[in-house]
Design a protein around this ligand. Structure first.
Ligand SMILES: *[C@@H]1O[C@H](CO)[C@@H](O)[C@H](O)[C@H]1NC(C)=O
Ligand SMILES: *[C@@H]1O[C@H](CO)[C@@H](O)[C@H](O)[C@H]1NC(C)=O
Ligand SMILES: *[C@@H]1O[C@H](CO)[C@@H](O)[C@H](O)[C@H]1NC(C)=O
Length: 251
């Protein structure tokens, strides 16, 4: 019982000690600055090099490469659908991101980002069963995907919640990601249980038809990645109270 109480107190302390100031490499913007978007855009661009290798204090994981432990996309029924799992996916190329636009909307409580990545590469262990563009596919092994000149939009909705420490925090409730590469290449090793002829044919087919495949599978993948980013954002927002995210003094 005593031990439990001690643990409980420790947990409370941890909860309270959670609250941090904005990292000193982020320039805060004035909440009521009429040009807040320009300020936030500049601040976001300056922040990237500081957080690209992660910041454990703020629970920011390394961002290049980003390690996604598991991402599962499942769509349609088992006979016409596709189940795709990627494990230990390393996403490289985030460090070269250009933030092209950013829009804070305080009235609707949304944020809109426009990103551009010159080159992204994903290495993972994939597991796929089902159909792509009506062709049966199955396999398990190493997979590589390269994307060039990727335009991407990310929007999220946020709310303010009050935590046990009495302070208000931002929480991201819903997110939406879209992406549109100019070039796409995929290579899945060991398709069809290692049947080289079938595997080569399927890889060629996917590379020739990647636009249609992305139209089909892309939104589900984007949704999964968008959700991943949402969780990362929330772990950051959880550590800095809302009153410290912006400067609230009159301009
Ligand atoms: C691949 O995924 C299927 C389900 O979609 C599962 O039954 C199978 O065990 C997985 N294979 C490996 C090697 O993980
Ligand atoms: C992926 O490739 C590595 C190194 O080439 C190899 O050791 C590993 O067994 C492969 N994984 C699978 C699931 O085939
Ligand atoms: C991003 O949004 C802009 C403006 O709303 C639009 O023109 C563009 O097509 C979108 N890009 C993607 C990849 O969704």
């Amino acid at each position: 019982m005593k031990q439990l109480t001690a643990l409980y107190l420790l947990a409370l302390c941890l909860e309270f000690s959670h609250s941090l100031k904005l990292p000193d490499y982020i320039t805060p913007c004035h909440r009521y600055d009429p040009n807040i978007n320009a300020c936030a855009l500049k601040s976001a661009r300056e922040t990237i090099p500081h957080v690209i290798n992660g910041d454990p204090k703020y629970k920011v994981p390394p961002l290049d490469p980003v390690l996604i432990k598991e991402l599962v996309v499942s769509q349609g029924s088992s006979s016409v659908g596709l189940t795709l799992a990627a494990r230990d996916a390393y996403l490289r190329g985030v460090k070269d991101v250009e933030i092209r636009d950013l829009d804070f909307n305080f009235k609707d409580q949304t944020v809109y980002f426009e990103w551009y990545f010159p080159k992204l590469q994903i290495d993972c262990i994939y597991n796929v069963t089902g159909r792509v563009l009506l062709l049966p596919i199955e396999g398990y092994g190493n997979g590589t995907i390269s994307l060039n000149k990727v335009r991407s939009n990310y929007t999220y909705d946020w709310e303010i919640i009050k935590k046990k420490d009495g302070k208000e925090y931002v929480t991201v409730t819903k997110a939406h990601l879209t992406f549109d590469p100019e070039k796409f290449q995929i290579h899945l090793e060991n398709l069809f249980n290692g049947n080289k002829l079938l595997g080569d044919n399927m890889n060629r087919f996917m590379n020739e038809n990647w636009r249609d495949i992305l139209k089909d599978v892309g939104p589900a993948v984007a949704e999964a990645v968008g959700e991943y980013i949402r969780l990362v954002l929330n772990s950051i927002y959880k550590s800095v109270p809302y009153e410290d995210v912006f400067i609230f003094d009159p301009v």
